[in-house]
Design a protein around this ligand. Sequence first.
Ligand SMILES: C[S@@+](CC[C@H](N)C(=O)[O-])C[C@H]1O[C@@H](n2cnc3c(N)ncnc32)[C@H](O)[C@@H]1O
Length: 352
Amino acid sequence: MNKEAFGKYFTGIYQDGMIMLSIGLGHDLGLFKVLCEATKPISLEEVAKTLDLKERYTQEWLSTMVAAGIILQDRDSNLYTVPEDYKQTIMSNMGFAPILFTLGKRSDKVKECFKKDGPYGISYQDEEATGWFDWFDGYRSLMVEGAIDKEVLPLLTQQGVVPNLESGIKVLDVGCGSGNFTNLLAERFPKSTFTGLDYSEVAIEKANKIKAKKGLTNITFTTGDAHNLTEDWTESFDFVFVYDVLHDLPDPHKALTQIYKVLKKGARFSLIEIGFHSNPLDNAGDKSAAMYYSASSFICLQSSMSAPPHIGYGACWGREKIEKALIDAQFQIEGSSPIIVMGTKTFFLCTK
Ligand SMILES: C[S@@+](CC[C@H](N)C(=O)[O-])C[C@H]1O[C@@H](n2cnc3c(N)ncnc32)[C@H](O)[C@@H]1O
């Protein structure tokens, strides 16, 4: 990139960051919902009245979205519309944007963790994680169905796991968070029984709320540490599902030996992780990798550094290292060559 191009690129990042803040407002205040659900062009007054907002602020937000090319405004009528083709993208992705509000709150703590004599990291069990889980649950609830239908189930179908789920097996979700995946899988496969484990009480409370709302009886949520799964579970699960967790752990290798322990012989383990390369140089110039490294400094690396042995892989430990960790933990990887990568995720289906 020459000097001029780099200047444009660099200031563009600032512009996108500022616009993302307003996308977060649009999600939290319900503005996108009203605009996307409108069946005809809608006025500023109508939007503000529907949500009980001040017109002046609502206008500023609408102008931001019009300038950003996300919402259209008619010059004659002043009415606003979201193009049909944009609606699905907006509704399924806007939940990510409020992450900026959540992470902003922990930035002082994060800076302390960077310092040589500062704390090791921030665990998901820290008090402020309560707010983080509010954001996370909102975000996950918007994307979970798409992820199950477009990513998880096609892969599990391809590898022959779905018929087992349909006929009824025992499933464990390690690091289930607020249970968005586990609850949806339990709903889709009523003959199987599910256990969701997470070490955050806040997350388990949220998971139980979703379970109650859906009226599910084939799922149990429990608090526990992925590094020390109870001996009572030894060789008792037919399928272990782990989504977006391993890189958060202070010792993923120990967690893998625990997962191996609780699986029956010949049972399957599906691992879904962030899928960049392990060598940062191989991610150079990939803006989505940059986004994950950045989020990692605030969340994933913080969690994976927060307790001994502080291995600290962080979000982008990468598919090559993950593959090696699975082999070291004695798992047999199915279809490992080439490693399956979908978007920003990598999938491994393993057998004990
Ligand atoms: C990024 S979230 C993913 C949650 C869930 N799998 C999902 O994708 O919706 C990571 C989760 O790992 C959990 N976690 C972190 N360390 C853990 C540990 N040692 N034992 C169990 N869960 C842990 C966190 O509390 C958090 O809910």
